[in-house]
Design a protein around this ligand. Structure first.
Ligand SMILES: *Cc1c(COP(=O)(O)O)cnc(C)c1O
Length: 383
């Protein structure tokens, strides 16, 4: 049987590059120049970093499109820049956005504060209530937004019924797939129209570059590009170069993170100091079946509820040696963070508990260190 396309591990290294010639550099050159000499008397060949069309940007955009199975992709300066431009390309004042209630804190603020101030109506829906999605659709609804897996609870949303509903109503389904990376999920395969990533996380994978990605049809990406140019969210060439380097190991990194997280979650599940483990790979997880149907791997993100609550968490975090206490996720170094002091600091303790983030909740981004060392670190910190 002939294989139709290259596997993602190969695409992440070679996708979008032409035939190689003698003398070509194996590592791509970094072209930091923001502008390029243009032919006189024509508008073609007008290259400028803010237009997203300089060499490092173009290379990595082609590769990202191939990884997501999209016609085109655009690289932006951050995940938030990607979400803002992706949505501005779909929504105008007077339009209505239907969004999952469980989304990244920054995205939530963008929708509630910026969009509503600019005449875009926003309705939040429980993503597990398909009937609620249907009921909330209005005449002026234009787009549906979902994040999956969800930050920080690691819940997984079944995209298929939401995609069917969106298609039926003629709405664009936008999915923030940051937690999965294209190795674990390609939302377009499940009926989404647009995919968003914080490239800062798994795609780059080394906690050293800030980037965002939007992928979709070529026609739509043109519209996002038009927004990006004037709102000024283009990525820097050096960040794009770092991303290209990071992408080369995306597959091995994510496979290792999947394996590590599964081992660590399983170990934590049998630990009396831990009240609850949030990991979609565990059979006890509420979305385990959905996760099996949506994901190729259960991911490197997990969370634990410490039985001792907030005080125990403080002690636990101070004793950890390998896990570093820092925001962000998806890199080779394992990190821990507490949503009560970061993304969910603006909610009260009771409000957080109601949405599944009680005091004692620790979000863990599993890196690619040895799983045994990571487990030993957790074990000694719990003592
Ligand atoms: C981090 C993150 C973002 C925002 O990305 P930045 O690169 O920090 O702007 C959006 N969505 C999710 C799920 C994230 O984890």
């Amino acid at each position: 049987m002939s294989r139709k396309k290259n596997a993602r591990a190969t695409l992440a290294i070679h996708g979008g590059t032409g035939p190689h010639r003698t003398g070509d550099p194996v590592a791509p050159p970094l072209v930091q120049s923001v502008n390029f000499i243009q032919e006189i008397g024509t508008e073609t060949g007008l290259l400028y970093t803010r237009y997203g069309n300089t060499p490092n940007l173009v290379r990595v955009q082609q590769r990202l499109a191939l990884l997501e199975g999209a016609e085109a992709a655009l690289l932006l300066s951050s995940g938030m820049g990607a979400t803002a431009c992706a949505m501005l390309a779909l929504l105008r004042p007077g339009d209505h956005l239907l969004t999952s209630a469980f989304i990244y804190g920054g995205t939530h603020r963008l929708f509630t504060e910026e969009f509503t101030q600019n005449g875009i109506d926003v309705t939040f829906v429980d993503p597990y209530d398909t009937r609620a999605w249907r009921k909330r659709i209005r005449k002026n609804t234009r787009a549906v937004f979902v994040e999956s897996p969800i930050n920080p609870t690691c819940r997984v949303v079944d995209l298929k019924p939401i995609a069917a509903l969106s298609k039926e109503a003629g709405l664009a389904l936008v999915v923030d797939s940051t937690f999965a990376s294209p190795i674990n999920m390609r939302p377009l395969e499940h009926g989404a129209d647009v995919v968003i990533h914080s490239g800062t996380k798994y795609l780059n994978g080394h906690h050293d570059a800030m980037l965002g990605v939007v992928a979709g049809t070529a026609l739509y990406i043109e519209k996002v590009l038009a927004k990006m140019k004037v709102w000024g969210h283009a990525a820097d060439p050096f960040a794009a170069w770092l991303l290209e380097r990071g992408l080369k190991t995306l597959d091995v990194r994510v496979q290792r993170q999947n394996e590590n997280a599964m081992r660590i979650a399983t170990w934590c599940d049998g630990c009396s100091e831990i009240k609850r483990v949030h990991y979609p790979g565990l059979a006890s997880h509420p979305d385990h079946e959905i996760a099996k149907s949506m994901l190729d791997g259960f991911g490197g993100m997990m969370a634990i509820d410490l039985a001792g609550g907030g005080k125990a968490t403080d002690r636990f975090l101070r004793r950890l040696k390998l896990f570093q206490h820092a925001t962000s996720l998806g890199g080779v170094d394992s990190l821990v963070s507490e949503p009560r002091y970061s993304s969910h600091a603006r909610l009260s303790s009771a409000e957080r508990a109601r949405i599944g983030i009680p005091d004692g909740f620790v979000r863990i981004s599993i890196g690619i260190e040895d799983a045994g060392d990571l487990i030993a670190d957790i074990a000694q910190a719990l003592q």
